[in-house]
Design a protein around this ligand. Structure first.
Ligand code: NIG
Ligand code: FE
Length: 396
């Protein structure tokens, strides 16, 4: 299927800005973009959609979410707001463990309905692609159940979804070594065999896994052809970032406690540094040094970290805005962090950008200025969303 989009007042690729632009799309991919006046003759007969002099942005990419979960953690949220710490609640056996028991008890259908509704909210905020992690199952059976839910989300669309197997914490009452043995010799091979995830993530921190345990899990993942990424330097500094860089990981995420040495390791590797602003704020951690990292040459991405505990966030735009207000990125840089760099953090170099050869996933802004969604807080001025050149949220 071929189509042309015209009537684009302003477009960010995201690294370049075009005005009075047009896009040519064939079979869901961009084949041409440029000034409307320069549209090649060969495309002029294609079916044309006029976007009404509106701005266009690449579809946003949420590269770190825990979208599949049951139950809620409102009570914990209230306790933390009164001053109790996330770590103390986790070490006392609640926090993540509470979501684990609710998620274990939920059926696959229930989890699917809950996650699909959340993906819909993200879509309304311009997210056309997202990563979804397991990690609230904590047994072979329930981790596979979560990954099957993610596969259903992917099959149902409309967003593009990547799945990540997450080694989150050791389940209560289970021996560390036994869990690690099951994870590395049964779960990882089964996930790789069935293609239920393309990447593996380890939460390396106090109350979760050590760097040595992380290495053991990463090495098993690599042997089975899974890409690697990790929760690094969130609650405490562990050295996980350097391990992930050394192993050629896709991304090191969080980085609240990262040091300049960690930033340099990221800058010197292909590993993306993913920042999760709401988790930093709600857990009262240092806000990640986005500006300093960017200036050192780190490829910085920003994601929601959507989860019921540390970051109950349903808007990637809000995460980008916080990184501008508190992390010192420019608005244009934040857009790159939530599109192109985020796609790179998923190993998906044809997502998150509007260039020939990339997927035709884009957001039509409700107005002529393309950056307005990063300027208006708390409401997304979005007129329509397209995935693979097809409308998935109607143009108003
Ligand atoms: O990215 N840090 C570990 N995991 C999640 C939080 C999960 C939860 O609190 O349920 C995070 O912050
Ligand atoms: Fe997370």
């Amino acid at each position: 299927m071929n189509s042309i989009f015209t009537g684009i007042s302003e477009l960010y690729t995201p690294t370049e800005r075009l005005t009075q632009a047009a896009l040519a799309v064939s079979e869901g991919e961009i084949v041409w973009l440029g000034p409307e006046s320069a549209l090649p003759e060969s495309y002029r007969g294609w079916p044309t959609t006029g976007l009404g002099e509106r701005g266009v942005l690449p579809g946003l990419v949420d590269s770190h979410t825990h979208l599949v979960w049951a139950g809620d953690r409102l009570e914990e949220y209230l306790r933390r707001a009164r001053g109790e710490s996330y770590e103390a609640i986790l070490l006392a056996g609640s926090g993540i463990h509470q979501t684990v028991s609710a998620t274990q008890q939920a059926s696959e259908d229930e989890l699917y309905e809950l996650a699909q509704a959340r993906a819909r909210v993200l879509l309304q905020g311009g997210v056309t692609a997202l990563e979804v992690k397991s990690g609230y199952g904590l047994s072979l059976e329930h981790e596979l159940k979560m990954l099957r839910v993610i596969r259903r989300l992917r099959q149902a669309g409309p967003q593009r979804i990547t799945a990540t197997l997450l080694a989150h914490v050791i389940p209560s009452g289970v021996k560390r070594d036994g869990y690690l043995e099951m994870f590395t010799t049964e779960l990882i091979p089964e996930v790789a065999r069935t293609g239920l995830a393309e990447a593996l993530d380890v939460f390396i921190d106090e109350g979760a896994f050590s760097v040595a345990e992380g290495r053991r899990v990463f090495e098993a993942a690599r042997r089975h052809g899974l890409a690697i990424k990790g929760h690094a330097e969130q609650l405490t500094h562990t050295g996980a970032t350097r391990l992930i860089c050394e192993l050629g990981g896709l991304s090191a995420d969080h980085l609240e406690q990262a040091t300049e040495q960690d930033w340099r390791a990221l800058a010197g590797s292909g590993t993306v540094g993913t920042l999760l602003p709401l988790a930093a704020l709600l857990l009262r951690k240092p806000f990640p040094e986005a500006r300093a990292m960017w200036d050192l040459g780190v490829k910085v991405a920003v994601a929601t970290d959507h989860n019921p505990g540390s970051s109950p966030l349903f808007s990637l735009l809000l995460a980008l805005q916080l990184t501008v207000a508190l992390g010192g990125l420019s608005v244009e840089e934040a857009l790159v962090a939530g599109t192109r760099h985020a796609a790179d953090a998923l190993g998906q170099v044809c997502w998150g950008r509007l260039t020939p050869g990339a997927v035709a996933d884009f957001v039509v802004v409700d107005g002529p200025q393309a950056l307005t969604p990063l300027y208006h807080w708390g409401h997304a001025p979005i007129a329509g969303v397209y995935v693979a050149g097809r409308p998935v949220m109607a143009v108003r």
